[in-house]
Each structure stands twice: as structure tokens, then as C-alpha cells.
Design a protein around this ligand. Structure first.
Ligand code: HSE
Length: 396
């Protein structure tokens, strides 16, 4: 049964304004925006100024508002808003992957306690309905892995570099101008945004809460022409991939890193700000979901889909948590990596088990070999300061 939705929006940036526009074009839904809370009410916006407020309580304490769309940038502030709104008995729709990656376990408990719904399809892969599908269709233990391109900005940059020989900084600036990048783009290019999204896929795909600090993530900011040339010589592209997979029987690993992608892999075909997710399971093998992963309207449409779902009282059931628990997180997994480094001393940080290829040159050095991920995670912080680029080889 459809019900009247009175929406209070926090944030009117790329996603908030995208939602307002998408909502205007969705006549069938009985939903209206009652208030929009912003930091600066003076800024010019395509919005009736009577709707604007700078006081969060105007939304949180308004009994007429039954849905809060939390679409702000600041993860800590978002956490406070979502917590209070749940406690006030309001349904939440959020696009804040960072906030959710750190707090989803507690927020799930709160929504149960207050008998409301917390939905966040827009927080992972923009317009691709990956969370709802993991929740509803992949609700059994056949699922083996979910992997792919989860960040539109880094993919936009990599596409520009590989296809058009663009300069990294120019491509990054374009991704920012187009509204794809986070306000601090380190999150995009450093693999953090992918990590936060992957954590949510782990919750819905495998019923596992993993703290972001436990997962190895590295990004593309140190990519050089040497890496691109090597990838091209081998017939690969480099893509930033997030993968959550079952390993060693009853364990699950999460990994975010650049990957050499072969022409027969789905990710090879995913260009620009598009995202692509491969779902792999026993008996059904591979399935692929593809769509726009960033930007005002694609993300706004995912928020709208959650709002629509609230009209018929939809809640995530967390079936994997309730019925298929018992999987443990692990980093005990061998990976084959390519490591390009300039300072030879840096090599001593890496505990390679096997080396299949290496080059020491005037301009750069590289090594391809196998090591255990648990060794890499130990040196993650140190890697951030080094002039190295790391990418891995493997199945999609
Ligand atoms: N900065 C994100 C991206 C936005 O580029 O994918 C969508 O989550």
C-alpha cells in the first residue's frame, strides 16, 4: 500500500539537487520535499527558498517529515543526523558510503529498535541496484564473489589516460567538474571510496561487517607512463577494482587495488564514469551489472528508488546476517602483484614468496611476484608515502 512521503533532505549538492530533479519527474509517487537543510542558505539554488533551512532540528523535530534523505558530504555529521533521525522514528535514505562503512552495524540495530527503515542503494555503484539485488536475489549461499569497478571518478581518469593519452591531473579536474569526484578526491583515487562501497557489498553479499582498517586498499594516484606501457604491451588495461570473495572455504576477503584487466573480462569494457559489477556464484557462473556510477541524476535516481521502496514499507532483511552467518574475514590469501618502484631500498618492505619477472633500469624498476595479502596490509601506511605503483593480476 503506497503512503504519503514527506521528505526532509540534508544537503543540496550534486546528489541532493539530482534527487530534487528526478523527483520532479516522477509523477506517480506521492512524495514531496518539505525542508532542505543546507550549510549556506544564501547560495543560489534551483529551489524554492521557503524550503531552505540551516537548522537540522527543523527537519529532525518536524513530525510531518517521515523520510530523511541524508545526502551530505561530511561522514561524521551524517552519522549524527542519521542516528538522531532514526531515534525520532524517521525512515532514512542515505548515499553516504563512508558513514555507512564505519557505522552500519550500529545503525542497523537502531533501525530495528525504532522500527523504521534504513536504505542506501545510492551509496554503492550509483544507479546500479546492486544492494537490492544482493539482498533479494542472491539471498542464498551460492554467491562466491562480487567484484568490479565501483568508483566512477577513478575509472573516468583511467579511461582518459588509456584511451586518450590524457594527463592525470587534467582528467581528475574533469571528473571533479563533472560532479563525479568526492570533495576530497583522495577518496576516489586512493581507493577509499571503493573500499567503503565494498564493505556494504560484504554486508549484503556475505553477512559480514568488516572495519575499513582491516582491508588492504591502494589507489591509482602513482600511476605512471611506465605502468601504462607495461599494461599495453601485455594487452591489458589497468582498472581500480574492489572485490569481496569467499576464500579458503568459509572465509571472506575484501581487496581494493588497481588490477591488470584482460580483454575477456567485463571490467575491460567499462569506460568513463560507468561502474560494472561481476557477480560470481556456484551454478550460475558470472553475471554482470553495468551502469552509471556517479553524477547527479544516476545517483539521484538510486535515492528515488529507495524513497519509492519506502512507499511500500520496504526494509532490508539482512538475510545473510540472519541465516548464513559464520563466515570469517581473512587477509590470508596469496596475490600476484606488479610493483613499480624507484628507490631500491623500498623492495625490502615486500616479502615476495615467488618472483616471475623483474627489471632494474635507469628510469624505473619493477617486479612481478606472489606474496601474501596479510604481509601487504602490514605495510599499507608506509606504502602511501613511497613512489611506488602496485597492481595485481587475477580472476575478475
Ligand atoms: N565519487 C564517487 C565516484 C561518487 O566517483 O564513484 C559516487 O559514489
Amino acid at each position: 500500500m503506497s503512503k504519503k512521503l514527506k521528505i526532509g533532505i540534508f544537503g543540496y549538492g550534486v546528489v541532493g539537487s539530482g534527487l530534487a530533479h528526478v523527483l520532479k519527474n516522477s509523477k506517480g509517487l506521492d512524495a514531496s520535499i518539505v525542508k532542505v537543510c543546507v550549510k549556506n542558505a544564501e547560495k543560489e539554488r534551483d529551489l524554492d527558498s521557503k524550503l531552505l533551512t540551516t537548522n537540522p532540528d527543523d527537519i529532525l523535530n518536524d513530525p510531518e517529515i517521515n523520510v530523511v534523505a541524508e545526502l551530505i558530504d561530511d561522514a561524521e555529521a551524517a552519522y549524527g543526523i542519521v542516528k538522531k533521525a532514526l531515534q525520532k522514528g524517521k525512515h532514512i535514505v542515505s548515499a553516504n558510503k563512508k558513514m555507512l562503512a564505519y557505522h552500519v552495524e550500529e545503525l542497523i540495530q537502531l533501525q530495528w529498535q525504532h522500527n523504521v527503515s534504513l536504505l542506501y542503494e545510492a551509496s554503492a555503484c550509483g544507479s546500479i541496484p546492486i544492494i537490492r539485488n544482493l539482498e533479494e536475489y542472491y539471498d542464498n549461499d551460492l554467491l562466491q564473489s562480487v567484484s568490479g569497478i565501483l568508483n566512477g571518478s577513478s575509472n573516468y581518469i583511467l579511461t582518459k589516460i588509456f584511451n586518450e593519452n590524457s594527463d592525470y591531473q587534467i582528467a581528475l579536474k574533469e571528473a571533479q567538474d563533472l560532479g563525479y569526484a568526492e570533495s576530497d578526491p583522495t577518496s576516489d583515487v586512493g581507493g577509499f571510496d571503493t573500499l567503503y562501497k565494498l564493505i556494504l557489498l560484504g554486508v549484503h553479499g556475505f553477512g559480514l561487517f568488516v572495519h575499513p582498517d582491516e582491508v588492504f586498499n591502494c589507489g591509482i594516484s602513482n600511476l605512471s607512463t611506465h605502468d601504462i606501457q607495461l599494461a599495453s604491451q601485455k594487452g591489458y588495461k589497468i582498472r581500480l577494482i574492489g572485490k569481496v570473495s569467499k576464500v579458503n572455504g568459509n572465509q571472506v576477503n575484501l581487496l581494493v587495488a588497481p588490477k591488470f584487466v584482460k580483454p575477456n573480462e567485463h571490467a575491460y569494457t567499462v569506460d568513463s564514469h560507468y561502474n560494472g559489477v561481476v557477480i560470481q556464484g556456484n551454478f550460475y557462473d558470472n553475471q554482470f551489472m553495468y551502469g552509471k556510477g556517479a553524477g547527479a541524476h544516476p545517483t539521484g535516481s538510486a535515492v528515488l528508488s529507495d524513497i519509492t521502496a519506502l512507499a511500500y514499507d520496504y526494509k532490508y532483511e539482512y538475510k545473510k546476517l540472519k541465516y548464513y552467518g559464520g563466515l570469517q574475514f581473512t587477509n590470508n590469501m596469496d596475490v600476484e602483484i606488479y610493483l613499480r618502484y624507484s628507490d631500491k631500498k623500498d623492495l625490502s618492505l615486500f616479502n615476495f614468496k615467488e618472483i616471475s619477472e623483474s627489471l632494474t633500469g635507469k628510469e624505473f624498476n619493477y617486479i612481478i611476484g606472489t606474496l601474501n595479502l596479510s604481509e601487504l596490509i602490514k605495510i599499507r601506511e608506509q606504502l602511501l608515502e613511497k613512489d611506488i605503483f602496485l597492481a595485481y593480476f587475477g580472476e575478475e
